[in-house]
Design a protein around this ligand. Structure first.
Ligand SMILES: [Zn+2]
Ligand SMILES: [Zn+2]
Length: 142
């Protein structure tokens, strides 16, 4: 659940076994959902829901993670960072995200977290997922 430090909201992303913690300050730069096949596999469910924070907005970190690298559709690499104990993918880094990471929103345990602005790869979504939930135009990253 969020707390405050001065005026900045602090949110802590925590894995299933609570070993990994990532404290993120302020408003995320972007919040998105992605229903590409790789995000479905990574999360084990219908789509990923992630928030992009600048590296300097991650104000504290503890716990041991490992990462696994895959190549995105564009040919650039993406690293999935997961807890070495429980396997929760707490965040991702990517070649295209130079100074930021992408944090799994479910790890924040915050029902008031900002909703995703956009769904990436809508054509690969499960058909029950209504696009009306996403305010921005539905487009896939080019
Ligand atoms: Zn864990
Ligand atoms: Zn995806």
């Amino acid at each position: 659940m969020p707390s405050r430090k001065g005026t900045a909201v602090l949110r802590t992303a925590v894995c299933s076994c609570r070993q990994v913690e990532l404290v993120c300050a302020g408003t995320p730069r972007r919040v998105y959902a992605c229903s590409c096949a790789e995000c479905q596999r990574c999360t084990g469910t219908a789509f990923s829901y992630r928030a992009i924070y600048r590296n300097d907005a991650v104000v504290a970190r503890k716990g041991r993670t490992k990462s696994w690298r895959r190549t995105g559709q564009s040919g650039a690499w993406l690293d999935q960072h997961f807890c070495v104990e429980c396997g929760t993918v707490v965040f991702m880094s990517a070649e295209a995200l130079k100074d930021a990471i992408s944090v799994s929103v479910g790890c924040f345990e915050d029902p008031d977290f900002p909703p995703p602005q956009r769904l990436h790869w809508p054509e690969q979504r499960h058909r029950w997922l209504e696009l009306e939930a996403f305010p921005e135009a539905h487009s896939s990253p080019s």
